[in-house]
Design a protein around this ligand. Structure first.
Ligand code: FAD
Length: 383
């Protein structure tokens, strides 16, 4: 049986990002097997991230879409924030999949197997073994896994960001293409956090998502009815076309998934804890994580388990926000709105990327409403 240098199981955002960086590194000639149960041709999600310029991995096979202003709105008040030298970039997942898969095809040392992974386990002697549904067993020295632990996510009592999005167009000019609507809070938020997110491509075409923070299983039909009500009641749209739908459930927790049991198994993506607990943004951290794995592997031949250690104080800030989301959701819209109203958007976004200094964090947080933070601190709990 062939033993691969590396096997990557799960070829979504993280698995494909890792192979992309590996193929640009001194490790590009390693014998690598990629396994996913989908052929990765479908457009199944839309990623956005903020940065000064598009990442190297940003697909070049389609026009660059970005915005330079974001909005947060409640029923009565709203704030528009200009991002200065940052941009809010947009990626259609099918463009991303195609570009990375085209790159893979140029490397005969990399094979792609379409099959379902049933089990991953150590087989001793520093070898990891992967059992697939139809193609048997494969072995490698290192295994990178990003297959979501869906059952763990569904069964554990953690907060999740559940959302459904429609890409819609109509003949009416209903959207403001100059700004992304990051959060539009419409309901009173007394018992839950829910909001609408709009990526306006033109005045007549946008991706609109309804997002709910919840610990429970949610019926997608109920979520979709919220979207159609919003289109009709808030935007006055009754006659529109839906081009595609996307949906998801992102963990909002600092507790993390169970770590791998073998040092030769490395978790990637959401599974590795790359989803920012208080916001759900994941794409940016996946890039940081995959680049640091490739860099360490190139220099030392190993990947240490500490490679994705977040600074503890950011976990603490996340828990303060998650505590508010769980216990006093009515305060959350005000927190997000004020954070952008009272600070430069650039600083807030740097903070959300966990790249601020302690001094910058003190400045940013000192401009916020203390009372709800103190309440959250006095009732501090890990979520
Ligand atoms: C609709 C949607 C929109 C999002 N938008 C944003 C955004 O704008 N910005 C942001 O930062 N984050 C966003 N996220 C969050 C996050 O960036 C994505 O979920 C991202 O795809 C996570 O990457 P991943 O590699 O961890 O998981 P995935 O991309 O989900 O990859 C997991 C892979 O595992 C494969 N797989 C599953 N089970 C098996 C099996 N048994 N055998 C073999 N293969 C298997 C799947 O086919 C998939 O390819 C979004 C998430 C969703 C769902």
């Amino acid at each position: 049986m062939v033993t691969y240098d590396y096997i990557i199981t799960g070829l979504g955002c993280a698995g494909l990002s890792l192979i992309y960086y590996l193929l640009d590194s001194p490790l590009k000639d390693k014998k690598i097997l990629l396994i996913d149960n989908s052929s990765k041709t479908e457009n199944d999600r839309t990623w956005c991230y903020w940065a000064e310029k598009p990442f190297e991995i940003h697909p070049k096979n389609s026009p660059l879409i970005f915005w330079d202003t974001i909005k947060i709105a409640e029923s009565k008040e709203s704030v528009s924030a200009y991002l200065e030298d940052l941009k809010y970039f947009h990626i259609k997942s099918s463009d991303f999949y195609k570009e990375v898969i085209d790159k893979i095809k140029k490397h005969p040392n990399v094979s792609f197997l379409k099959d379902s992974v049933e089990q991953i386990q150590s087989s001793g002697k520093s070898i990891v073994q992967v059992k697939t549904s139809n193609s048997g067993i494969f072995r490698s020295e290192l295994l990178f896994n990003s297959i979501p632990m869906s059952s763990y996510l569904n069964e554990s009592p953690i907060l999740k960001q559940v959302f459904v999005g429609w890409n819609v167009s109509s003949n009416q000019e209903s959207f403001d293409p100059s700004a992304v609507s990051l959060m539009h809070f419409v309901s009173d938020q007394k018992r839950k956090t829910d909001f609408f997110y709009i990526l306006p491509y033109t005045a007549k075409h946008a991706l609109i998502e309804y997002t709910l923070y919840t610990k429970n299983e949610i019926d997608m039909k109920v979520m979709e009815s919220k979207l159609s009500e919003y289109l009709e009641n808030e935007l006055g749209l009754t006659d529109y076309q839906i081009h595609f739908k996307e949906s998801g459930s992102i963990p909002m927790s600092t507790l993390g998934f169970p770590p791998p049991t073998d040092p030769n198994i490395i978790h990637l993506g959401t599974l590795a804890g790359c989803s920012k607990p208080s916001t759900g943004y994941t794409f940016y951290d996946i890039q940081k994580h995959c680049r640091s794995i490739v860099s360490e592997l190139s220099f030392t031949g190993k990947v240490s388990s500490r490679i994705w250690d977040r600074k503890k104080r950011f976990g603490f800030y996340d828990n303060i926000i998650l505590n508010i989301a769980v216990k006093w959701p009515a305060s959350l819209p005000d927190i997000f709105r004020k954070m952008f109203a009272k600070n430069q958007a650039k600083l807030v976004l740097k903070f959300l990327h966990e790249e601020t200094s302690l001094w910058e964090e003190i400045k940013l947080l000192s401009r916020m409403n203390y009372s709800v933070f103190i309440k959250s601190l006095l009732n501090y709990e890990k979520h």
